[in-house]
Design a binder for this molecule. Sequence first.
Ligand SMILES: Cc1cc2nc3c(=O)[nH]c(=O)nc-3n(C[C@H](O)[C@H](O)[C@H](O)COP(=O)(O)OP(=O)(O)OC[C@H]3O[C@@H](n4cnc5c(N)ncnc54)[C@H](O)[C@@H]3O)c2cc1C
Length: 477
Amino acid sequence: MRPRIYIKSIALHLLGETHKCLKLKPSHMLDFTLTPEQEALRQKARKFALTEILPVIHYFDENDQMPVYLLRKAFETGLNNLCIPKEYGGHGYGLIEAALVVEEIAAAAPDIGTSIFGNDLGVEPVVMCDNAAVKEKYLRDIAASPKIVSFATSEPGMGSDVAGIRCKATKDGEDYILNGSKYWITNGGYADYCSVFATTEPKDRHKGICAFLVDMKWAGVKTGQHIPKMGQRCSNTVLVKFTNCRVPAENVLAPEGGEGFKLAMKTFARTRPIIGAFAVGAARSAMEFAIEYAKKRRAFGQPLSEFQALQFKIAEMYQKVETSRLLTWKAAWEADTGKDPTIAASMAKFYTTESAGEVVNDALQIFAGYGYTTNFPIEKLLRDVRVLTIYEGTSQVQRIVVSRHALNEYKAIMPSLEDLPSLTADDPKVAAQKGMNKNQKVWRCRICGQIHYGDEPPEECPVCGFPKSVFKQVWPK
Ligand SMILES: Cc1cc2nc3c(=O)[nH]c(=O)nc-3n(C[C@H](O)[C@H](O)[C@H](O)COP(=O)(O)OP(=O)(O)OC[C@H]3O[C@@H](n4cnc5c(N)ncnc54)[C@H](O)[C@@H]3O)c2cc1C
């Protein structure tokens, strides 16, 4: 399905019909309209969330258990493995479609969202690798029958620092032998396959990282007990341990030399926008529940919703849901239109997940005591959204990615502060009024911005006191 989220510019909207004269191609326009197919997919996911997930989620959360049958049903309904291309029998959806599906599922249960979308996280490295044979064999198999696929970069001793992987891949002829542990592996206890990132030499950092598709039935693969968690209790999370596990050469997704690290980063650039969709879904539900509760619950002789303090809180919650969806869709649209979504994905990840935490927490405040009980869904949403700022790269990691881009790659539109025009010098009329001729030299202090007129700069800046050398001649140019 062709990804479609055009964002029609406000300017063109204001110009009305004139855009027709401008002969802009549709792809240059901006428009949030979903295609009928996208809307149908959203409705299908919504129905699944409301009829299959919502009625049972409280039970499984209380029992700290993953309802594996729901993953199978999601497969049968066509709501997982969204990214497998059609040529391998998959849905061939873009990230916009994935965001639509995941928002609906996370609105009912973020932890079930984690487990259903966990398959896409595990499958993405296979879709993006250069190994045609592994794609043909495994993508076709995963698309054809319900299979659970995990993704493993994290280890007991590292998470954020992906170049610091210690799980060892030792070459043996053309094959590799895996030894080491992977931790926090979503669905690992039930997985058929796992995209595993390991290193040929820990000292080589990024360059040592390689990736493999591991069949979890192979000798030398063992999983630990379910890790008990604060939230996301319906999502299975375990240790996966490799002891002399032989990986045949045909299952290499990325060789050492930096390719494995790149594959992990490319995967995150596509999956982080979808964590944004988790955040939107969870925050949306919390907001809806809070609105209903605020209208029904009374205090001081009136509904809570009559208090302006709560009305303003609800306005901010709504705003955060909408802005989060915009950022999520923008990052997904970048991926679907062939741009590098890395920066938009990181921006979306830390904004949406932190906002979701605030929205759900505000919803609990509106519910107050009742929100703190396990009888209402807010406390589960709060427990579940807490991890969103942690997994698939913490908020701090996203800030590193975005600040590095802003400081080193972002291209400024404004001239440098040192080169800002001087009105007196640049405007001949003003210059004439000041008695300046066109050769009058103008100097700018690079420390405080003070302008000085004269053949030479002053010995020191009269404003900030820095010496003559800090002045830059700004006129004549
Ligand atoms: C429920 C759940 C499911 C998960 N599923 C998976 C999965 O399926 N596959 C998988 O591979 N992993 C998975 N993870 C692991 C997850 O990706 C990691 O927990 C995450 O990347 C953070 O790593 P860490 O916990 O080791 O924290 P650390 O890397 O030890 O970081 C600790 C703290 O230090 C901060 N920090 C670290 N480095 C810097 C820095 N340079 N500057 C500033 N701050 C820094 C971090 O932001 C964090 O606040 C899962 C985790 C959870 C909780």
